[in-house]
Design a binder for this molecule. Structure first.
Ligand SMILES: NC(=O)c1ccc[n+]([C@@H]2O[C@H](COP(=O)([O-])OP(=O)(O)OC[C@H]3O[C@@H](n4cnc5c(N)ncnc54)[C@H](O)[C@@H]3O)[C@@H](O)[C@H]2O)c1
Length: 392
């Protein structure tokens, strides 16, 4: 019965679709030669389809989901790696561990591909980028102080290293490079103040404001940013630059004298010690919690219209260094008074982001208020006694 049904369907189909069939008095007849050709075409089509589907799986299902995070063992990088894994990306990390740490990657070490090497080494960069669709370029000597001590080394990593990454990305067909730029490129915003201490009247930096780097670090990060733009223009490589303001949160190095102010203050005050303020403490910063910085990196990678653009990533809120001490005293239930040292050269006085463009175009939305972010940072430090114990 089912055979008859199949035969009937076959004949109907044949009458409709193929001139290779001839109809006799007894119904549709298939010429043997034509039948063989039809079978051959069908099997060739099936083989082609299978090959295309499996190729597409390789490209879009596996290889094209690979991304590289340079500097992935660092503070921001390790949080990004974690978020990318949660989103189903396959992640490779290139890091020379000059400031990054293996313990930052420990919780998800088995899920990533780790390459130890420098962004200044062409071979290491090419091997890390091969097969990746996306590159998040975060590797840097991320310290103004260190750039004052060794400007050439900062240039080699931040500027030349970025050029190496862009060149390899272009050669190896990367879809997009997201670059961790720095708000330090704006220089000092004091001239936008109506009164020196009136941070409330500080006009936030917009992306098209003049760029006036004050340190070799700022200059080298800006050079990297300019190379991103140039590669977009000259070679059509998609790049997105995020100018980060002051990022803070768990895993930020609290041991090094080069660390960010929040990590240093949290670490000192948690142990009942006075933090050191360089200058009068009225200098202000736009502090952004690390989860919000990661949110911006993911949006920069996944928003098609972001290509070739530059975005400020902060919160739009200025906080003085003295106010930070007050926040920590409130959270810790202490009454610690800060020590004051001389102002440091090349420290910008005020820094505040206008994040209108990132809000509008990336749908970036900072979600962590400062007291909550500081509490999370203290909780992390409390849970890592080895971090606080070894502090200088
Ligand atoms: N943390 C902030 O407040 C802030 C603000 C603005 C911009 N940024 C930028 O964000 C990025 C990440 O900063 P972070 O705070 O996580 O610093 P970090 O020092 O914790 O991370 C930098 C990482 O880069 C690695 N690295 C350094 N030189 C390298 C090299 N030659 N080759 C390979 N890897 C190398 C380090 O080992 C480290 O893991 C940097 O590009 C920094 O300039 C940070």
């Amino acid at each position: 019965m089912s055979r008859q049904l199949v035969g009937w369907f076959g004949r109907k189909l044949a009458q409709q679709v193929s001139p290779l069939y001839q109809t006799g008095e007894s119904g549709a007849q298939i010429r043997p030669a034509h039948f063989r050709v039809t079978l051959w075409i069908a099997s060739a089509l099936r083989a082609t389809r299978t090959a295309l589907v499996s190729q597409a799986r390789v490209c879009y299902g596996n290889n094209m989901r690979w991304c590289l995070v340079t500097g992935g063992a660092g503070f921001l990088g390790s949080h990004l790696v974690e978020a990318l894994l949660e989103r189903g990306y396959r992640v490779r990390v290139l890091d020379d561990f000059s400031s990054g740490k293996r313990e930052n990657l420990a919780p998800f070490q088995s899920q990533i591909e780790l390459q130890v090497g420098s962004v200044t080494d062409v071979t290491a960069v090419e091997s890390a980028i091969r097969g990746c669709e996306l590159v998040f370029h975060l590797a840097a000597i991320a310290s103004v102080q260190r750039s004052l001590e060794d400007p050439l080394q900062t240039h080699a990593v931040c500027a030349t290293g970025t050029l190496q990454v862009l060149q390899a990305a272009r050669r190896l067909g990367v879809r997009r490079v997201v670059y961790a730029g720095s708000s330090s490129c704006y220089g000092d915003q004091s001239d936008k103040l109506s009164g020196e201490t009136a941070t409330a009247s500080l006009r936030p930096c917009r992306e098209d404001d003049p760029l006036r780097p004050l340190s070799p670090y700022a200059a080298a990060k800006l050079a990297g940013e300019m190379y991103c733009r140039a590669f977009s223009q000259a070679f059509g490589l998609e790049t997105v630059v995020l100018r980060f303001f002051n990022i803070y949160g768990p895993r930020q190095d609290a041991k090094s004298p080069y660390s960010g102010v929040i990590a240093l203050f949290a670490n000192a005050m948690l142990r009942g010690q006075s933090p050191t303020i360089y200058g009068d403490g009225l200098q202000s910063r736009d502090f952004v919690f690390v989860a919000d910085a990661v949110q911006a990196l993911l949006l920069a990678a996944e928003t098609p219209s972001a290509r070739g653009q530059v975005y400020n990533i902060g919160t739009g809120q200025a906080t003085t260094v003295l106010a930070l001490v007050e926040h920590f005293n409130r959270l810790l239930g202490t009454n610690i008074v800060a020590r004051h040292g001389p102002p440091r050269p090349s420290d910008v006085r005020h820094s505040l982001a206008d994040i209108t463009r990132a809000r509008r175009e990336l749908r970036y939305q900072p979600r962590t208020p400062l007291p909550e972010g500081l509490r999370l940072t203290l909780d992390w430090l409390r849970a890592c006694p080895e971090v606080t114990a070894q502090t200088p």
